[in-house]
Design a protein. Structure first.
Length: 202
C-alpha cells in the first residue's frame, strides 16, 4: 500500500469513528445518559481534531529545491531556512538530481553519496526533507517530469519550484517550460549579475 492510499485510509477512519460516535451521542441524549454523553462527546472532539490535523498536514505548501548538491553547502541551507522563515512555505524538499541536462555527469560525485550528504546536512532542520524521487525517473532529470510525478504522489500538496536567477535567465531553454509555469509557482532568488525581471516580449 502506498503512502497516499494509507494516508487516505487514516482520514476515512477518523470520519467513520466520528460519525459512529455522533450516533451514540444522539442516542445518549435521548436517554439522558450523561456518562455516555460525556464519553462520546470526547470521542467526537478527538476525531474532529484528528481530521483538522490531517487536512493541515495534507494542504501544505512545499518548496522544491532541486539541484545536484555537488556537494551541499551552507549557502543551500541558509537559503532554504530563510524561505521557510520569511515566506509562506511550510517545508523545503531538497530534490537531489542524478543528472541535470545542462551538466556533465563526469563532474558529479556519486549519486547515493550526494543523497546521503544532503540527508546528514539537513538532519537538524524539522522543515527540511531530502527527496530521491528523481532517482526513480528517466534520465536526464527534467523538472516537468518531476513536478508531474509529485502531483501524482501528493495530489493535496501545493508545490513551488525554487530556482536561482541564473536558471531563471535561461528558463526558456528548459523542457516544457511553459507547462512548468502552469503547474506550479516559481520562487526565484537573486544571483549576482543575473536579472530576476520578466521579459514581457516573450
Amino acid at each position: 500500500m502506498n503512502e497516499r492510499n494509507l494516508s487516505k485510509k487514516w482520514l476515512y477512519g477518523f470520519i467513520v469513528i466520528a460519525i459512529a460516535a455522533l450516533g451514540v451521542l444522539g442516542w445518549a441524549f435521548v436517554k439522558q445518559d450523561v456518562t455516555v454523553m460525556v464519553a462520546t462527546g470526547l470521542v467526537v472532539g478527538v476525531q474532529v481534531m484528528n481530521i483538522i490535523q490531517w487536512v493541515q498536514n495534507h494542504s501544505k505548501k512545499i518548496g522544491i529545491y532541486s539541484g545536484s548538491f555537488n556537494p551541499i553547502h551552507i549557502g543551500h541551507l541558509a537559503l532554504a531556512n530563510w524561505l521557510c522563515e520569511f515566506t509562506d512555505l511550510d517545508e523545503v524538499w531538497f530534490m537531489v538530481t542524478p543528472h541535470n541536462p545542462f551538466k556533465e555527469r563526469t563532474d558529479l560525485i556519486d549519486d547515493q553519496l550526494r543523497l546521503e550528504m544532503v540527508g546528514k546536512a539537513i538532519a537538524g532542520y524539522p522543515k527540511f526533507r531530502v527527496c530521491d524521487l528523481e532517482f526513480h525517473l528517466p534520465k536526464p532529470s527534467y523538472t516537468i517530469s518531476t513536478l508531474k510525478a509529485l502531483k501524482d504522489l501528493y495530489p493535496s500538496l501545493f508545490f513551488s519550484l525554487i530556482m536561482g536567477a541564473d536558471n531563471w535567465n535561461k528558463f526558456d531553454r528548459w523542457k516544457d517550460y511553459q507547462e512548468i509555469l502552469s503547474v506550479c509557482e516559481l520562487i526565484v532568488y537573486p544571483r549576482k549579475g543575473c536579472s530576476t525581471l520578466v521579459d514581457t516580449k516573450q
